[in-house]
Write a protein that binds this ligand. Structure first.
Ligand code: ADP
Ligand code: MG
Length: 334
């Protein structure tokens, strides 16, 4: 299908959805993992399922890619019924799992040729695709090296290249950049953008990184404890947050401690000695914060005003900051 697309990161309205799901549920034993998930993902877009560890991201990917069965729910992928036409679904999709499918004992090229075999491509076509993918992902020079010599970033690229051998229309990427260094992460982002822009594929990605969702996704759904607690564009999600925050940095841990005591809901970062105070960024609000600091005679080193980003969205929606951040429990406002 070749729909006309502009480069604008907005969903084309006219095309059929790539993925729809209604009332998706899954339990393991008496543990409810997915508690009624609804999805509607337009073709040729990037959809990010954002959530902390254990939220149910991998479970969702496994269900949508026919790897495991849901307990309930109606799902269509690439216009096909997920269970009644599972083979058709499988031929339209590619999955790059959270854990690598790369065989460490094989070379990069052999890994790709193995995938070509699995897709029943004839030898020549398999070789051709492998070569193109190696070139495209900047792996041509290491095509003959065994994968165990690869860095994390190279391995991820090879893993994704393997997914592309079958020429999927819809690609599931489960935490594609977790554990990568910032530079490899950016490379991966460029590759993902390229897939959508050049090939018009649909990307369903999961991530724990708000910035990643912000950078890549046309639409983002926030998954928390098996429920979608918010859905929209990055801009829409940010608009749900009343304001940004003021970040104040202190000279030492004692000052941080004292200051943390006088503000109500404030996230504290011991490492950078900063306090993040919710704020609408208005002058009166800023003045109130400064007055409160002055009243306690705590010296602030620096102060910055932030408009909302996805970190704030996550903090507000889930009551917790990014998994890596320590957050104080809310106190009564003085
Ligand atoms: N095969 C399984 N058996 C039992 N519990 C599972 C299984 N797979 C996942 N879970 C549980 O389901 C929840 C969601 O897991 P998962 O989908 O892997 O989350 P995420 O990918 O967002 O980290 C977790 O609490 C996890 O322990
Ligand atoms: Mg996972």
């Amino acid at each position: 299908m070749t729909a006309t697309r502009t480069s604008a990161p907005t969903a084309p309205k006219a095309t059929a959805p790539a993925i729809t799901a209604e009332g998706l549920r899954k339990s393991y034993g008496d543990k409810l993992v997915l508690d009624g998930i609804d999805l509607n993902i337009a073709e040729g877009t990037v959809f990010a399922l954002l959530g902390p560890n254990g939220a149910g991201k991998t479970t969702t990917v496994e269900i949508l890619s026919t790897l495991i069965d849901a307990d309930a729910g109606e799902v269509q992928v690439a216009g096909c019924h997920l269970t009644r036409a599972a083979d058709a679904v499988r031929s339209a999709i590619g999955v790059t799992g959270q854990f690598s499918a790369v065989d460490n004992l094989l070379t990069a090229e052999e890994n790709l040729l193995l995938m070509a075999d699995l897709h029943h491509l004839d030898r020549r076509e398999g070789k051709r695709r492998a070569k193109n993918l190696l070139r495209r992902f900047d792996l041509a020079e290491v095509a003959g090296r065994t994968a165990h010599t690869f860095s994390g970033g190279m391995r991820r690229k090879l893993d994704l290249a393997m997914t592309l051998v079958g020429d999927p229309r819809i690609i599931f990427l489960d935490e594609p950049t977790t554990g990568l260094d910032p530079r490899s992460r950016r490379t991966m982002w460029e590759i993902i953008r390229g897939l959508v822009a050049d090939d018009g594929v649909t990307i369903f990605l999961t991530t724990q990184y708000l910035e990643e969702a912000d950078q890549l996704a046309d639409r983002i759904a926030v998954l928390d404890h098996g429920r979608l607690i918010a859905e929209g564009t990055a801009e829409e999600l940010k608009q749900r947050i009343p304001g940004g925050h003021i970040r104040v940095r202190f000279a030492d841990a004692q000052s941080l401690e004292t200051a943390a005591g006088i503000f109500g809901i404030a996230a504290r970062d011991e490492e950078s000695l900063t306090l993040q105070i919710p704020s609408d960024g208005s002058i009166p609000n800023l003045r109130a914060v400064l007055d409160a600091l002055e009243a306690t005679a705590v010296q602030a080193e620096s102060l910055t005003v932030h408009t909302p980003d996805l970190d704030d969205v996550f903090l507000t929606l889930t009551g917790q900051s990014r998994p890596a951040d320590a957050v104080d429990s809310p106190k009564e406002n003085a």
